[in-house]
Each structure stands twice: as C-alpha cells, then as structure tokens.
Design a protein around this ligand. Structure first.
Ligand code: TRP
Length: 333
C-alpha cells in the first residue's frame, strides 16, 4: 500500500439498495479511487440515527448497501469497508472534539438549519453534533482526502477548522486537516426529470432491480417537457434520458441520438428503449456478482467485521496520541 498516494475516507448512510444517483454520485468514484489511494469506506449507521424514525430496517439496509458496494467493485482485500458503530473509538473522539467546538458554529451550519426545517419535532442533540461525528470519522483514520458531493462542503470546512482548533489548543499535530475532493458528476435527476434522484421521492432506479423493473422505470422517465408530439424536435441538453445516455451508451449511439432527437428522427419511446437496453447490459455483471454475494450473507458480514478490525487498529493508535496530547491519563489494557 505504500506506493499509493495517500489515504481516502468516505462515508455514506445506510440507505439500503443503492440507485443510479448513488452509483454515479459516489460509488463509481469510490471504486476508481482504489487505484491510487488507500481507501476506507464506512457505512455510517450512527449518523443515520440522527434522522431515522425507526431502526427496524437499519441492519438490512446496512447489509444491502454493503452488497452493492462489494458487487460494484470495492475490493475489501485492499480497501477497508466497515460499519461505523463497529469502531466505538469514533464516539470517544466525537466527545473530545466537541470540547473544542463552539456550539454556535454547529447551529449556524446550513445543513443543520435544513434539518431543523425538515424535522422540527426531532431536533436531537446528535443532529447538532453530526458534523463533529463526521470530523471524528475522518481524522480518526488520518485521512488526507475525502470524496464527497458539494453539499458536504460546509462539513469538510468545519472538519478542517476543528482540526486546527484541536491541534492549537493542545499544541499537537496529532490530527490531520483533510482535503475535500469534490466528486464531479452529471446531475442525476429522478425519473420525474425534475428532482434529484432519491429513494424518499421514489423517483429512483435501483442498481439491483431486475431488467424488467429497470426497463419499466426507464420507460416512465420524463423527457424534454416541450416535446409534446413525436414530430416535435427535442432538446437533448435539457433531457435527463440523454444525460444518462451520455453515461451508459456508446459514443456513436450518443451522437446519433443527439442529432436524431433534434430533428425528430427518433422518438422518446425508442430513445428510452435504447437507454434501458444499454443500462441493463451495463448492470448485468454487477447483478450477477451481487446475487452470488447474497448467497452467503455471513461472508458479507465477515468482510465488514474484518474491515472493522483493521479500522480499529488505526483508530486505537490515533486515540492514544489524542489522549496523550490532551493530557488524559493513559488507559491501562
Ligand atoms: N455526511 C455525509 C453525507 O451525508 C456522510 C458521512 C459521514 C461522511 N461521515 C463521513 C462523508 C465522513 C465523508 C466522510 O453524505
């Protein structure tokens, strides 16, 4: 691993079966980063508790997401894949970092204000500390690089400031200031062609859906709203189906669709059929791998438990430095 450029950490809440938005927005990039970096990918179940109404599906969602991650090409032999709550050191670091965090800074964050708006009856203490826990995730593993979407920029900036405060307050360099690596991706809209693809809006296409389900969802995708009749020329640049073609279809087909759509040479139904076929072909090896992994759930949990063991080793080493820097009496084990 020493030939690699540095350490990457990223986390995602356990939302169960992943969809095209998750794939293009994060997973694809997670896979690619393994070539150049030592990668640590975490299923952040503790973060999920800040917003969940019930936890009945938490375990299953954790499992389903792990299946998708592994099937898509995250390689647990070289990368660490684990569940956040399996490394309890993160909650300890969260507490220690909270002591150098001004409360107002947390309540001023746009992400916090948004949660107060969306769940006014559940503004829990954990929600306020969400960015502190996220900082603990990153710095516990001394990750230099954090691939996330732009929406997470305030959290990464918060993490950087928190590291500076901690290091200054305790005159140490135990913690490393992480850099954000913004994932450059096409904006993935849902099948409504209006809003960002997401499970809660039920406008998503799951990677693990059957080819039939996938085709059905694709056929219901909203295209250029100004193209009312088959004979109207279309505008690929505003069409979400075209955006997807650019990702999943061969270049010649993309340029054919581009020109034919503009002169009403191809209709939306045909265009979507082509996209469905290309998408299904692209996902087929993924689905095969996923089904194979799903034959043996214990082996999937073993992968996560092994990841947690490796993660705890790094975490414990960091915590020893952190405790020493603060002046806490060392733990006798
Ligand atoms: N807050 C991130 C999100 O909602 C998830 C997350 C938790 C995370 N801890 C992290 C992302 C650490 C990157 C690094 O998407």
């Amino acid at each position: 691993m020493t030939h690699k450029k540095g350490r990457v950490f990223s986390g995602a809440r356990p939302t169960g079966r992943q969809h095209l938005g998750n794939y293009l927005g994060a997973m694809k990039n997670y896979v690619a980063l393994q070539e150049d970096y030592e990668c640590i990918y975490c299923i952040v179940d503790l973060h999920a508790l800040t917003t969940l109404e019930t936890t009945f599906e938490l375990r299953q969602n954790t499992y389903e997401m792990a299946l998708d991650w592994l099937a898509v090409g995250i390689r647990p032999e070289e990368s660490i894949v684990f569940v956040q709550s399996h490394v309890p050191q993160v909650t300890e670091l969260h507490t220690l970092l909270s002591m150098v965090t001004p409360l107002g800074k947390l309540t001023d964050l746009p992400t916090f204000k948004e949660k107060v708006r969306s769940q006014p009856n559940n503004v829990n203490y954990g929600l306020v500390g969400y960015p502190v826990l996220m900082t603990a995730d990153i710095v516990l593993y001394k990750a230099g690089l954090v691939p996330v979407g732009v929406d997470q920029a305030p959290h990464i900036e918060f993490a950087r400031e928190t590291v500076r405060s901690f290091n200054y307050r305790y005159q140490t360099n135990a913690l490393i200031e992480p850099e954000m690596k913004v994932t450059e991706v096409p904006k993935v809209l849902g099948i409504d062609g209006q809003q960002k693809m997401g499970k809660s809006l039920n406008n998503h296409i799951e990677l693990a859906a059957t080819p039939q389900e996938t085709t059905q969802r694709v056929m219901s995708m909203v295209t250029d709203p100004q193209r009312m009749r088959r004979t109207d020329p279309g505008r690929p640049e505003v069409c979400n189906v075209f955006t997807m073609h650019k990702v999943f279809s061969p270049a010649e087909e993309v340029s054919m669709i581009d020109s034919e759509c503009r002169r009403a040479g191809i209709g939306c139904v045909d265009c979507k059929k082509r996209f469905a076929a290309n998408l299904n072909a692209h996902l087929e090896p993924f689905r095969t791998r996923r089904a194979a992994l799903d034959q043996n759930p214990d082996a999937v949990w073993d992968v996560l438990h092994d990841g947690a063991r490796r993660a705890r080793q790094i975490a414990e080493a960091t915590m020893e430095e952190v405790r020493a820097a603060i002046g806490l009496a060392p733990i006798q084990r």
